[in-house]
Design a protein around this ligand. Sequence first.
Ligand code: KDG
Ligand code: MG
Length: 403
Amino acid sequence: MKIIDARVVVSSPGRNYVTLIVETEDGVIGVGDATLNGRELAVASYLRDHICPLLIGRDSRRITDTWSYLYKGAYWRRGPVTMTAIAAVDVALWDISGKVAGRPVYQLLGGAAREGVMVYSHASGGTLAELSEDFQSHLDQGYLAIRAQAAIPGLEKTYGIAPADGKVYEPASGNMPQEDIWETSTYLDFAPKMMAHLREEFGYKVHLLHDVHHRLSPIEAGRLGASLEPSRMFWMEDATPSEDQSAFRLIRQHTTTPLAVGEVFNSIWDCQQLITERLIDYIRTSVSHAGGITHLQKIFALADLYGVRSGSHGAGDLSPVALAAALHVDLTIPNFGIQEYMGHRDQAAEVFGTAYTYRDGYMHPGDLPGLGVTFDENAAARYPYDPKYLPVNRRLDGSIHDW
Ligand code: KDG
Ligand code: MG
């Protein structure tokens, strides 16, 4: 099962995706997601210039060996660019192995431990009334868990609010990131009112989630968590800039609101202290930014030892390949918590064929051999790369604020 070709396609069917295609001498094709939002071309180059040439001639079945070869062999370890590139290779090789075995990847990972994967969707609005309307439409679609965000009154723009036309929010195209103004005290007053409003209107049956996008100090996060306690959140996500793991000790001292973090992490070392000190409840590393299926399994196995559950990142800037890979992992692990499901723009369906399904709040990766995702290179060529950046945050005094 020698690898004879590895190539990278950068396309923008609705938003930018970097896709790795690996082909074996027997004509088996595997796909991996190498998308790093706003830094797409760095990963494309890392793969094209440094990794693809190393893959030619390797045995596609030696997944762990290839992972170690790329991680340990490079000398330079970790980091989002490296780990996203390694993840793409890893996922493509699992896809190939599944296809060769004639079995869905989840069966190679130990088989299904549940019938379906509970997912959470995104509801948002420019006002609380609009948020309620969007929330209701997600309930109507059967979602059992919903993340809620609304425009913060008094701030000109709030990140994480879907445009009126659809299900995903997008960074603007262009050569420069948009700049938003952030004010913590306004947000801290508003967020608990937003959640209380939803509980009053929709009751306590649906799981309620909220994303802080790393914007608070530890003591502010403690205060927010405490003020959200009456709303009985499923989780409060990314409360503080997450590279400071010990900050979570302080948050924990002040609140019983469950804590989730990890979408910007790229290795087990980023979450080691958070997990082993039981400082979080959900680890949200994604398959495509944290070293692929092989490494994600390791993170979730460590988390299982300490009662921490999974909650993988699944925003629209992770391609359908990444979502499929996450669903295969989710189905098999004992400590699965929840999976984010934001959906993709309609154009993505012209490029990525998917076998995963959604019904009544749960997803399933499907039973096609491999990941169950096809990639149409001709369709991708119709959607050239469209440079976009996530917005930058400034405080009222003009200084840069945390994400
Ligand atoms: O690329 C960044 C997005 O994926 C992120 O901002 C979305 O926070 C996010 C989430 O939880 O989906
Ligand atoms: Mg998030």
